[in-house]
Design a protein around this ligand. Structure first.
Ligand code: UD1
Ligand code: CA
Length: 484
Protein backbone atom coordinates (compact mmCIF):
# COMPACT_ATOMS: atom_id res chain seq x y z
CA UNK A 1 0.00 0.00 0.00
CA UNK A 2 1.47 3.28 -0.97
CA UNK A 3 0.75 6.90 -1.43
CA UNK A 4 -0.73 7.77 -4.81
CA UNK A 5 -0.10 11.37 -5.91
CA UNK A 6 -3.37 13.22 -6.53
CA UNK A 7 -2.39 14.51 -9.94
CA UNK A 8 0.30 13.66 -12.39
CA UNK A 9 3.30 15.43 -10.93
CA UNK A 10 5.95 13.11 -12.28
CA UNK A 11 8.78 14.29 -10.04
CA UNK A 12 9.76 12.56 -6.84
CA UNK A 13 7.83 9.45 -7.73
CA UNK A 14 10.13 7.26 -5.63
CA UNK A 15 9.92 9.53 -2.59
CA UNK A 16 6.20 9.93 -3.02
CA UNK A 17 5.73 6.18 -2.97
CA UNK A 18 6.63 5.95 0.71
CA UNK A 19 4.05 4.19 2.86
CA UNK A 20 1.71 6.44 4.83
CA UNK A 21 1.14 6.09 8.55
CA UNK A 22 -1.52 8.19 10.24
CA UNK A 23 -1.37 9.48 13.80
CA UNK A 24 -4.67 10.56 15.35
CA UNK A 25 -4.54 12.67 18.50
CA UNK A 26 -7.51 11.97 20.74
CA UNK A 27 -6.28 12.23 24.32
CA UNK A 28 -7.77 15.63 25.15
CA UNK A 29 -10.61 15.98 27.59
CA UNK A 30 -13.25 17.78 25.56
CA UNK A 31 -14.43 19.66 28.63
CA UNK A 32 -16.79 21.91 26.71
CA UNK A 33 -18.89 19.00 25.48
CA UNK A 34 -20.04 18.65 29.13
CA UNK A 35 -20.59 14.95 28.52
CA UNK A 36 -19.59 11.62 30.03
CA UNK A 37 -19.02 10.31 26.52
CA UNK A 38 -15.48 10.97 25.22
CA UNK A 39 -15.62 13.75 22.65
CA UNK A 40 -14.43 11.67 19.70
CA UNK A 41 -17.35 9.26 20.20
CA UNK A 42 -20.00 11.93 19.76
CA UNK A 43 -21.68 11.44 16.43
CA UNK A 44 -21.83 13.43 13.23
CA UNK A 45 -24.07 12.12 10.45
CA UNK A 46 -24.77 9.11 12.66
CA UNK A 47 -21.12 8.05 13.00
CA UNK A 48 -18.64 8.75 15.80
CA UNK A 49 -16.31 11.65 14.98
CA UNK A 50 -13.44 9.17 15.20
CA UNK A 51 -15.09 6.94 12.59
CA UNK A 52 -15.01 9.81 10.13
CA UNK A 53 -11.29 10.27 10.78
CA UNK A 54 -10.73 6.53 10.32
CA UNK A 55 -12.60 6.72 7.01
CA UNK A 56 -10.31 9.54 5.91
CA UNK A 57 -7.27 7.46 6.89
CA UNK A 58 -8.66 4.49 4.96
CA UNK A 59 -9.21 6.74 1.94
CA UNK A 60 -5.55 7.66 2.20
CA UNK A 61 -4.68 3.96 2.05
CA UNK A 62 -2.78 4.30 5.29
CA UNK A 63 -0.52 1.40 6.23
CA UNK A 64 -1.10 1.96 9.91
CA UNK A 65 -3.16 4.19 12.15
CA UNK A 66 -1.84 5.06 15.58
CA UNK A 67 -4.56 6.37 17.87
CA UNK A 68 -3.43 8.39 20.87
CA UNK A 69 -5.92 8.11 23.70
CA UNK A 70 -5.97 9.56 27.21
CA UNK A 71 -9.23 10.82 28.65
CA UNK A 72 -11.75 7.99 28.37
CA UNK A 73 -9.08 5.76 26.79
CA UNK A 74 -10.79 2.47 27.69
CA UNK A 75 -14.12 3.57 26.26
CA UNK A 76 -12.57 4.91 23.06
CA UNK A 77 -10.45 1.81 22.51
CA UNK A 78 -13.37 -0.51 23.21
CA UNK A 79 -15.56 1.33 20.74
CA UNK A 80 -12.90 0.95 18.03
CA UNK A 81 -12.92 -2.79 18.72
CA UNK A 82 -16.59 -2.92 17.82
CA UNK A 83 -15.87 -1.78 14.30
CA UNK A 84 -14.30 -5.01 13.09
CA UNK A 85 -14.24 -3.80 9.49
CA UNK A 86 -11.65 -1.26 10.55
CA UNK A 87 -8.92 -3.82 10.98
CA UNK A 88 -9.24 -4.92 7.36
CA UNK A 89 -8.51 -1.45 6.09
CA UNK A 90 -5.37 -0.67 8.08
CA UNK A 91 -3.46 -1.84 11.12
CA UNK A 92 -4.77 0.03 14.16
CA UNK A 93 -2.55 0.54 17.16
CA UNK A 94 -3.43 2.33 20.40
CA UNK A 95 -1.03 4.33 22.49
CA UNK A 96 -1.89 6.10 25.72
CA UNK A 97 -0.86 9.58 26.72
CA UNK A 98 -0.95 10.01 30.51
CA UNK A 99 -0.91 12.80 31.55
CA UNK A 100 -1.70 15.10 28.63
CA UNK A 101 1.21 17.52 28.34
CA UNK A 102 0.45 18.94 24.90
CA UNK A 103 0.24 17.91 21.26
CA UNK A 104 4.00 17.40 20.93
CA UNK A 105 3.98 15.14 23.98
CA UNK A 106 1.02 13.28 22.48
CA UNK A 107 2.83 12.50 19.23
CA UNK A 108 5.97 11.53 21.17
CA UNK A 109 3.96 8.64 22.62
CA UNK A 110 3.24 7.41 19.09
CA UNK A 111 6.85 7.36 17.90
CA UNK A 112 7.68 3.76 18.90
CA UNK A 113 4.74 2.65 16.74
CA UNK A 114 6.02 4.49 13.64
CA UNK A 115 8.49 2.95 11.20
CA UNK A 116 11.25 5.23 9.91
CA UNK A 117 10.54 4.55 6.24
CA UNK A 118 7.07 6.13 6.17
CA UNK A 119 5.43 9.48 5.75
CA UNK A 120 3.36 10.49 8.77
CA UNK A 121 0.09 12.39 8.55
CA UNK A 122 -1.04 13.91 11.85
CA UNK A 123 -4.78 14.29 12.39
CA UNK A 124 -7.08 14.96 15.35
CA UNK A 125 -9.92 12.71 16.41
CA UNK A 126 -12.22 15.71 16.78
CA UNK A 127 -11.77 17.01 13.20
CA UNK A 128 -14.16 14.78 11.26
CA UNK A 129 -14.60 16.22 7.78
CA UNK A 130 -11.14 16.31 6.23
CA UNK A 131 -11.22 14.81 2.75
CA UNK A 132 -8.71 12.19 1.72
CA UNK A 133 -8.04 14.17 -1.47
CA UNK A 134 -6.89 17.13 0.59
CA UNK A 135 -4.43 14.90 2.43
CA UNK A 136 -3.21 13.32 -0.80
CA UNK A 137 -2.42 16.82 -1.95
CA UNK A 138 -0.69 17.63 1.35
CA UNK A 139 1.42 14.49 0.89
CA UNK A 140 2.27 15.48 -2.64
CA UNK A 141 3.44 18.85 -1.27
CA UNK A 142 5.58 17.01 1.31
CA UNK A 143 6.94 14.94 -1.59
CA UNK A 144 8.40 12.33 0.73
CA UNK A 145 10.92 14.75 2.27
CA UNK A 146 9.46 18.11 3.34
CA UNK A 147 7.36 19.23 6.27
CA UNK A 148 3.95 20.13 4.82
CA UNK A 149 1.46 22.11 6.90
CA UNK A 150 -2.22 22.42 6.09
CA UNK A 151 -3.14 26.06 6.68
CA UNK A 152 -6.06 28.39 6.12
CA UNK A 153 -6.95 32.06 6.33
CA UNK A 154 -9.32 32.98 9.14
CA UNK A 155 -10.79 36.47 9.52
CA UNK A 156 -10.78 35.85 13.28
CA UNK A 157 -7.66 33.77 13.98
CA UNK A 158 -7.82 34.08 17.80
CA UNK A 159 -6.76 30.88 19.58
CA UNK A 160 -4.96 29.34 16.60
CA UNK A 161 -1.27 28.89 15.89
CA UNK A 162 -0.12 31.57 13.43
CA UNK A 163 1.96 30.83 10.34
CA UNK A 164 4.96 33.15 10.60
CA UNK A 165 6.72 33.74 7.28
CA UNK A 166 10.06 35.40 6.54
CA UNK A 167 10.65 38.29 4.14
CA UNK A 168 11.00 35.76 1.32
CA UNK A 169 7.59 34.30 2.15
CA UNK A 170 9.06 31.03 3.45
CA UNK A 171 7.45 29.57 6.58
CA UNK A 172 9.66 30.26 9.63
CA UNK A 173 7.57 29.05 12.55
CA UNK A 174 4.15 28.41 14.01
CA UNK A 175 3.56 30.65 17.00
CA UNK A 176 0.72 29.70 19.33
CA UNK A 177 -1.83 32.43 20.04
CA UNK A 178 -0.89 32.66 23.72
CA UNK A 179 2.78 33.06 22.88
CA UNK A 180 2.30 35.47 19.98
CA UNK A 181 3.24 39.15 19.90
CA UNK A 182 0.65 41.75 18.87
CA UNK A 183 2.26 41.81 15.44
CA UNK A 184 2.06 38.03 15.11
CA UNK A 185 -1.53 37.98 16.33
CA UNK A 186 -2.42 40.15 13.32
CA UNK A 187 -1.45 37.22 11.04
CA UNK A 188 -4.59 35.61 9.66
CA UNK A 189 -2.99 32.49 8.20
CA UNK A 190 -3.33 29.76 10.82
CA UNK A 191 -2.21 26.18 11.26
CA UNK A 192 -5.12 23.79 10.82
CA UNK A 193 -3.69 21.13 13.15
CA UNK A 194 -2.87 18.81 10.22
CA UNK A 195 0.62 18.13 8.90
CA UNK A 196 2.54 15.57 6.84
CA UNK A 197 6.23 14.80 7.15
CA UNK A 198 8.78 11.97 7.03
CA UNK A 199 8.70 9.77 10.14
CA UNK A 200 12.46 9.95 10.54
CA UNK A 201 12.43 13.76 10.68
CA UNK A 202 9.46 13.77 13.07
CA UNK A 203 11.41 11.55 15.46
CA UNK A 204 14.49 13.75 15.27
CA UNK A 205 12.60 16.97 15.90
CA UNK A 206 10.27 15.70 18.64
CA UNK A 207 13.32 14.69 20.67
CA UNK A 208 14.20 18.37 20.97
CA UNK A 209 10.89 19.72 22.30
CA UNK A 210 10.62 21.63 25.55
CA UNK A 211 7.68 23.19 27.36
CA UNK A 212 9.06 26.67 27.98
CA UNK A 213 6.06 28.57 26.65
CA UNK A 214 2.95 30.41 27.80
CA UNK A 215 1.01 27.17 28.43
CA UNK A 216 3.83 25.03 29.80
CA UNK A 217 2.96 22.43 27.10
CA UNK A 218 5.02 20.45 24.64
CA UNK A 219 3.89 22.00 21.36
CA UNK A 220 3.95 19.83 18.25
CA UNK A 221 4.06 23.08 16.33
CA UNK A 222 7.56 23.83 17.65
CA UNK A 223 8.99 21.29 15.23
CA UNK A 224 8.61 23.88 12.46
CA UNK A 225 11.46 25.94 13.82
CA UNK A 226 13.65 22.84 14.13
CA UNK A 227 12.93 22.00 10.51
CA UNK A 228 13.85 25.52 9.45
CA UNK A 229 17.03 25.42 11.55
CA UNK A 230 18.03 22.17 9.81
CA UNK A 231 17.42 23.70 6.41
CA UNK A 232 14.54 21.34 5.72
CA UNK A 233 11.92 23.04 3.61
CA UNK A 234 8.57 23.78 5.22
CA UNK A 235 5.66 23.99 2.82
CA UNK A 236 2.27 25.46 3.60
CA UNK A 237 -0.68 24.13 1.65
CA UNK A 238 -3.46 26.63 2.18
CA UNK A 239 -7.05 25.51 1.71
CA UNK A 240 -10.13 27.72 1.50
CA UNK A 241 -12.57 25.17 2.88
CA UNK A 242 -12.71 25.72 6.65
CA UNK A 243 -15.21 22.91 7.17
CA UNK A 244 -12.55 20.33 6.34
CA UNK A 245 -10.36 21.40 9.24
CA UNK A 246 -13.03 22.49 11.70
CA UNK A 247 -12.74 20.84 15.10
CA UNK A 248 -15.54 19.99 17.49
CA UNK A 249 -15.20 21.41 20.97
CA UNK A 250 -18.79 22.05 21.99
CA UNK A 251 -22.34 20.93 21.17
CA UNK A 252 -22.81 24.18 19.26
CA UNK A 253 -19.79 23.47 17.06
CA UNK A 254 -20.91 19.87 16.58
CA UNK A 255 -24.36 20.97 15.43
CA UNK A 256 -22.90 23.60 13.11
CA UNK A 257 -20.61 21.03 11.52
CA UNK A 258 -23.48 18.56 11.17
CA UNK A 259 -25.47 21.22 9.27
CA UNK A 260 -22.48 22.03 7.07
CA UNK A 261 -22.06 18.32 6.29
CA UNK A 262 -25.76 17.80 5.56
CA UNK A 263 -25.90 20.81 3.27
CA UNK A 264 -22.99 19.37 1.30
CA UNK A 265 -24.76 16.05 0.96
CA UNK A 266 -27.96 17.84 -0.10
CA UNK A 267 -26.13 19.87 -2.73
CA UNK A 268 -24.46 16.75 -4.08
CA UNK A 269 -27.81 14.97 -4.35
CA UNK A 270 -29.37 17.93 -6.17
CA UNK A 271 -26.41 18.04 -8.56
CA UNK A 272 -27.20 14.40 -9.33
CA UNK A 273 -30.75 15.45 -10.18
CA UNK A 274 -32.58 14.63 -6.95
CA UNK A 275 -35.40 17.06 -6.17
CA UNK A 276 -35.29 18.07 -2.54
CA UNK A 277 -38.24 20.09 -1.25
CA UNK A 278 -35.78 21.85 1.07
CA UNK A 279 -32.03 21.14 1.10
CA UNK A 280 -31.92 22.36 4.71
CA UNK A 281 -34.38 19.69 5.80
CA UNK A 282 -32.85 16.35 4.89
CA UNK A 283 -30.44 14.28 6.98
CA UNK A 284 -28.31 11.54 5.48
CA UNK A 285 -26.55 9.41 8.08
CA UNK A 286 -24.91 6.89 5.81
CA UNK A 287 -25.02 6.41 2.04
CA UNK A 288 -28.00 7.43 -0.03
CA UNK A 289 -27.89 6.60 -3.73
CA UNK A 290 -30.60 7.86 -6.06
CA UNK A 291 -31.49 7.13 -9.67
CA UNK A 292 -33.05 9.78 -11.93
CA UNK A 293 -36.19 11.71 -11.01
CA UNK A 294 -36.24 10.95 -7.31
CA UNK A 295 -38.07 13.47 -5.17
CA UNK A 296 -37.79 13.83 -1.43
CA UNK A 297 -40.10 15.98 0.67
CA UNK A 298 -39.08 17.78 3.86
CA UNK A 299 -37.69 16.31 7.09
CA UNK A 300 -36.65 12.88 5.88
CA UNK A 301 -33.82 10.97 7.55
CA UNK A 302 -31.82 8.31 5.70
CA UNK A 303 -29.56 5.92 7.59
CA UNK A 304 -27.15 3.17 6.64
CA UNK A 305 -27.31 2.09 2.99
CA UNK A 306 -30.37 3.34 1.16
CA UNK A 307 -30.94 3.11 -2.56
CA UNK A 308 -33.85 4.80 -4.35
CA UNK A 309 -34.78 3.74 -7.88
CA UNK A 310 -35.89 5.91 -10.75
CA UNK A 311 -38.88 8.12 -10.07
CA UNK A 312 -39.20 7.12 -6.40
CA UNK A 313 -41.08 9.66 -4.32
CA UNK A 314 -40.52 10.00 -0.58
CA UNK A 315 -43.14 11.91 1.40
CA UNK A 316 -42.45 14.26 4.27
CA UNK A 317 -41.17 13.01 7.64
CA UNK A 318 -40.03 9.55 6.62
CA UNK A 319 -37.19 7.71 8.36
CA UNK A 320 -35.59 5.16 6.03
CA UNK A 321 -32.67 2.90 6.94
CA UNK A 322 -30.95 0.08 5.04
CA UNK A 323 -33.51 -0.28 2.30
CA UNK A 324 -33.68 -0.74 -1.45
CA UNK A 325 -36.70 0.99 -2.98
CA UNK A 326 -37.33 0.16 -6.61
CA UNK A 327 -38.40 2.40 -9.47
CA UNK A 328 -41.69 4.21 -9.23
CA UNK A 329 -42.43 3.27 -5.62
CA UNK A 330 -44.12 5.93 -3.50
CA UNK A 331 -43.46 6.21 0.22
CA UNK A 332 -46.14 8.39 1.73
CA UNK A 333 -45.49 10.73 4.69
CA UNK A 334 -44.55 9.59 8.19
CA UNK A 335 -43.43 6.11 7.21
CA UNK A 336 -40.67 4.31 9.08
CA UNK A 337 -38.60 1.81 7.15
CA UNK A 338 -35.76 0.11 9.01
CA UNK A 339 -33.95 -2.79 7.37
CA UNK A 340 -31.27 -3.04 10.06
CA UNK A 341 -29.24 -6.20 9.32
CA UNK A 342 -31.72 -8.06 7.07
CA UNK A 343 -32.61 -5.11 4.88
CA UNK A 344 -35.94 -4.05 3.44
CA UNK A 345 -36.87 -4.14 -0.23
CA UNK A 346 -39.79 -2.31 -1.79
CA UNK A 347 -40.74 -3.43 -5.29
CA UNK A 348 -41.47 -1.41 -8.40
CA UNK A 349 -44.47 0.83 -8.17
CA UNK A 350 -45.30 -0.23 -4.60
CA UNK A 351 -47.23 2.18 -2.37
CA UNK A 352 -46.24 2.45 1.29
CA UNK A 353 -47.85 4.56 4.01
CA UNK A 354 -48.73 7.07 5.22
CA UNK A 355 -47.75 5.90 8.71
CA UNK A 356 -46.44 2.50 7.63
CA UNK A 357 -43.72 0.56 9.40
CA UNK A 358 -41.44 -1.81 7.49
CA UNK A 359 -39.06 -3.74 9.71
CA UNK A 360 -36.02 -5.93 8.94
CA UNK A 361 -36.67 -8.59 6.33
CA UNK A 362 -39.75 -6.95 4.83
CA UNK A 363 -39.68 -7.78 1.11
CA UNK A 364 -42.42 -6.17 -0.92
CA UNK A 365 -42.89 -7.18 -4.54
CA UNK A 366 -44.02 -4.97 -7.40
CA UNK A 367 -47.24 -2.98 -6.91
CA UNK A 368 -47.66 -4.11 -3.31
CA UNK A 369 -49.74 -1.72 -1.19
CA UNK A 370 -48.97 -1.23 2.50
CA UNK A 371 -51.31 1.31 4.04
CA UNK A 372 -51.58 3.29 7.23
CA UNK A 373 -50.64 1.70 10.56
CA UNK A 374 -49.51 -1.53 8.92
CA UNK A 375 -46.40 -3.22 10.31
CA UNK A 376 -44.42 -5.76 8.24
CA UNK A 377 -41.52 -7.77 9.68
CA UNK A 378 -39.48 -10.56 8.10
CA UNK A 379 -42.21 -11.20 5.54
CA UNK A 380 -42.34 -11.53 1.80
CA UNK A 381 -45.29 -10.09 -0.10
CA UNK A 382 -45.54 -11.13 -3.74
CA UNK A 383 -46.61 -8.77 -6.52
CA UNK A 384 -49.93 -7.04 -6.07
CA UNK A 385 -50.54 -8.09 -2.46
CA UNK A 386 -52.32 -5.50 -0.33
CA UNK A 387 -52.54 -4.77 3.38
CA UNK A 388 -54.10 -1.38 3.50
CA UNK A 389 -55.12 -0.67 7.09
CA UNK A 390 -54.09 -1.34 10.70
CA UNK A 391 -52.48 -4.77 10.31
CA UNK A 392 -49.47 -6.87 11.29
CA UNK A 393 -47.56 -9.30 9.10
CA UNK A 394 -44.66 -11.04 10.86
CA UNK A 395 -42.75 -14.09 9.58
CA UNK A 396 -45.24 -14.46 6.73
CA UNK A 397 -45.00 -15.50 3.11
CA UNK A 398 -47.77 -13.78 1.21
CA UNK A 399 -48.69 -14.76 -2.34
CA UNK A 400 -49.64 -12.62 -5.32
CA UNK A 401 -52.76 -10.47 -5.11
CA UNK A 402 -53.55 -11.47 -1.52
CA UNK A 403 -55.88 -9.01 0.17
CA UNK A 404 -55.15 -8.74 3.88
CA UNK A 405 -57.99 -7.13 5.81
CA UNK A 406 -57.94 -4.27 8.25
CA UNK A 407 -57.01 -5.18 11.79
CA UNK A 408 -55.74 -8.66 10.92
CA UNK A 409 -52.56 -10.01 12.45
CA UNK A 410 -50.23 -12.98 12.26
CA UNK A 411 -49.80 -14.43 15.75
CA UNK A 412 -46.27 -15.51 14.92
CA UNK A 413 -44.87 -15.82 18.45
CA UNK A 414 -46.02 -18.47 20.91
CA UNK A 415 -44.06 -16.94 23.78
CA UNK A 416 -41.00 -19.07 23.06
CA UNK A 417 -40.62 -19.53 19.31
CA UNK A 418 -41.57 -17.74 16.12
CA UNK A 419 -43.54 -19.58 13.44
CA UNK A 420 -44.32 -18.85 9.80
CA UNK A 421 -47.62 -18.07 8.21
CA UNK A 422 -47.98 -18.95 4.54
CA UNK A 423 -50.78 -17.20 2.66
CA UNK A 424 -51.01 -18.51 -0.88
CA UNK A 425 -51.91 -16.48 -3.96
CA UNK A 426 -55.31 -14.77 -4.23
CA UNK A 427 -56.35 -15.46 -0.62
CA UNK A 428 -58.79 -12.90 0.74
CA UNK A 429 -58.55 -12.31 4.48
CA UNK A 430 -61.39 -10.37 6.09
CA UNK A 431 -60.99 -7.77 8.79
CA UNK A 432 -59.82 -8.45 12.32
CA UNK A 433 -58.51 -11.98 11.82
CA UNK A 434 -55.90 -13.65 14.02
CA UNK A 435 -53.76 -16.14 12.11
CA UNK A 436 -52.10 -18.38 14.70
CA UNK A 437 -48.86 -19.66 13.15
CA UNK A 438 -47.70 -22.09 11.91
CA UNK A 439 -50.36 -22.09 9.20
CA UNK A 440 -50.85 -22.34 5.48
CA UNK A 441 -53.91 -20.73 3.90
CA UNK A 442 -54.58 -22.44 0.57
CA UNK A 443 -54.63 -20.46 -2.67
CA UNK A 444 -57.76 -18.53 -3.52
CA UNK A 445 -59.33 -19.20 -0.10
CA UNK A 446 -61.40 -16.74 1.87
CA UNK A 447 -61.20 -16.12 5.62
CA UNK A 448 -64.29 -14.59 7.16
CA UNK A 449 -63.82 -11.42 9.14
CA UNK A 450 -63.20 -11.77 12.85
CA UNK A 451 -61.87 -15.34 12.57
CA UNK A 452 -59.19 -16.81 14.77
CA UNK A 453 -57.53 -19.33 12.48
CA UNK A 454 -55.52 -22.10 14.15
CA UNK A 455 -55.40 -24.74 11.41
CA UNK A 456 -54.33 -24.67 7.78
CA UNK A 457 -57.09 -24.23 5.19
CA UNK A 458 -57.79 -25.82 1.80
CA UNK A 459 -57.40 -23.97 -1.46
CA UNK A 460 -60.57 -22.25 -2.58
CA UNK A 461 -62.41 -22.78 0.75
CA UNK A 462 -64.30 -20.24 2.83
CA UNK A 463 -63.24 -20.54 6.45
CA UNK A 464 -65.01 -18.82 9.29
CA UNK A 465 -63.90 -19.37 12.88
CA UNK A 466 -65.83 -17.18 15.25
CA UNK A 467 -68.85 -17.36 17.52
CA UNK A 468 -71.99 -17.86 15.46
CA UNK A 469 -74.29 -14.83 15.38
CA UNK A 470 -77.55 -15.33 17.21
CA UNK A 471 -80.53 -13.00 17.45
CA UNK A 472 -83.30 -13.06 20.08
CA UNK A 473 -86.42 -11.51 18.56
CA UNK A 474 -88.32 -8.77 20.40
CA UNK A 475 -85.75 -8.60 23.17
CA UNK A 476 -86.65 -6.17 25.89
CA UNK A 477 -83.78 -4.62 27.78
CA UNK A 478 -83.75 -4.70 31.60
CA UNK A 479 -85.56 -1.76 33.19
CA UNK A 480 -84.50 0.25 36.21
CA UNK A 481 -86.30 -0.79 39.39
CA UNK A 482 -88.08 2.24 40.84
CA UNK A 483 -87.49 2.86 44.59
CA UNK A 484 -90.64 3.94 46.45
C1 UD1 B 1 -3.50 23.14 18.08
C2 UD1 B 1 -2.23 23.74 17.51
C3 UD1 B 1 -2.55 25.09 16.87
C4 UD1 B 1 -3.62 24.92 15.80
C5 UD1 B 1 -4.85 24.24 16.40
C6 UD1 B 1 -5.85 23.93 15.34
C7 UD1 B 1 -0.49 22.96 19.00
C8 UD1 B 1 0.43 23.29 20.10
N1 UD1 B 1 -1.28 23.91 18.57
O1 UD1 B 1 -4.02 24.00 19.06
O2 UD1 B 1 -1.38 25.63 16.28
O3 UD1 B 1 -3.96 26.19 15.25
O4 UD1 B 1 -4.47 23.00 17.02
O5 UD1 B 1 -7.03 23.48 15.94
O6 UD1 B 1 -0.46 21.85 18.51
N2 UD1 B 1 -4.34 16.52 22.32
C9 UD1 B 1 -3.81 15.38 22.85
N3 UD1 B 1 -2.96 15.47 23.90
C10 UD1 B 1 -2.61 16.67 24.44
C11 UD1 B 1 -3.17 17.84 23.88
C12 UD1 B 1 -4.00 17.74 22.82
O7 UD1 B 1 -4.10 14.28 22.40
O8 UD1 B 1 -1.83 16.66 25.41
C13 UD1 B 1 -5.24 16.40 21.18
C14 UD1 B 1 -6.62 16.94 21.46
O9 UD1 B 1 -7.46 15.95 21.98
C15 UD1 B 1 -7.06 17.39 20.09
C16 UD1 B 1 -5.76 17.78 19.40
O10 UD1 B 1 -4.73 17.17 20.13
O11 UD1 B 1 -7.64 16.33 19.37
C17 UD1 B 1 -5.54 19.28 19.34
O12 UD1 B 1 -5.56 19.78 20.66
P1 UD1 B 1 -6.17 21.20 20.98
O13 UD1 B 1 -5.98 21.48 22.42
O14 UD1 B 1 -7.52 21.30 20.41
O15 UD1 B 1 -5.25 22.11 20.10
P2 UD1 B 1 -4.61 23.50 20.46
O16 UD1 B 1 -3.47 23.27 21.42
O17 UD1 B 1 -5.67 24.39 20.87
CA1 CA C 1 -4.49 23.08 23.98
Amino acid sequence: MSFIPSSGSGKGADLASKPVDVVIMAAGKGTRMKSRLPKVLHTLAGQPLLQHVFDTAAGLMARKVVLITGHGAEVVEASCGKHAAMAERFALEFVRQEPQLGTGHAVQQALPALADDGMVVILSGDVPLTQSDTLFHLLSVAAGQHLALLTLELPDPAGYGRIVRGADGAVQAIVEHKDASEEQRAITEVYSGIMALPAAALKRWLARLDNRNAQGEYYLTDIVKFAVAEGCSVQAYKIADAVQVAGVNSPVQLAALERAYQLRVANRLMEEGVRLADPARIDVRGDLSCAHDVSIDVNCVFMGQVSLGEGVSIGAHCVIANAVIDAGAVIHPFSHIDGEKLGVTVGQGALVGPFARLRPGARLGAEVHIGNFVEVKNSTLAAGAKANHLAYLGDATVGERVNYGAGSITANYDGANKHRTVIEADVHIGSNCVLVAPLTLGAGGTIGGGSTITKSTEAGALTVARGKQISVPNWSRPKKISKS
